[in-house]
Design a protein around this ligand. Structure first.
Ligand SMILES: [Zn+2]
Ligand SMILES: [Zn+2]
Length: 187
């Protein structure tokens, strides 16, 4: 069974938590409140947290018998493009994190699959994978500037907000023109 990922986390990375200050006694608690720059590619193709933007970490680390439980929230700005009209979206996202990181060589470490629980590497916890998962889950696959965004006219590309309700490019086929005339008379 694989124990550790091949690369150990960089303790200077803003998303790596150092647990040396946290006693390895079940129930011991430490809070982590800090603002860190967002890593690159945090999000989806159309929407995500801009690289370097402020991520607000509001977490607590709790010693449990087999490792450290990290829980709390991370929030930050998101920027993207409306899937219908391509207008810029500026919003924010808050995700909940709750992840157990097993001590190296603990029973949990030995008896669980790699993706079941997190793993500590020495005294370090790399929060980035859990944060990425949480952010991706929280973001819409089809981001919209607003829920009822009417999108663009497929013919002229003008936002439907800026067009009259009866805007149309319909060219009446001359063969049907007579019929249309008929319909109009009936109205
Ligand atoms: Zn839109
Ligand atoms: Zn049009």
């Amino acid at each position: 069974m694989p124990k550790n990922s091949p690369t150990s986390p960089d303790p200077r990375s803003p998303l790596v938590l150092d647990t040396r200050e946290l006693p390895r006694r079940p129930g011991a608690l430490r809070t982590v409140e800090r603002v860190v720059p967002a890593p690159s590619d945090l999000g989806l193709e159309l929407i995500g947290v801009p690289e370097g933007a402020d991520l607000d970490l509001d977490l607590r680390m709790e010693s449990v018998s087999e490792g450290v439980l990290v829980s709390g929230t991370v929030s930050g700005p998101i920027r993207g493009e409306c899937g219908r009209c391509l207008r810029e979206i500026n919003d924010s996202v808050t995700v909940t994190i709750q992840e157990l990181y097993a001590y190296e060589n603990s029973t949990t470490d030995a008896t669980t699959e790699e993706d079941e629980v997190g793993r500590m590497q020495g005294d370090l916890i790399d929060l980035e994978p859990a944060l990425r998962d949480a952010v991706v889950l929280a973001l819409p696959n089809n981001p919209l500037c607003r829920q009822d965004c009417p999108g663009l006219c497929p013919e002229c590309g003008v936002h439907r907000d800026d067009l009259p309700a009866d805007h149309s490019h319909q060219q009446i086929d001359p063969r049907w023109a007579g019929l249309s005339q008929l319909t109009r008379t009936e109205e």
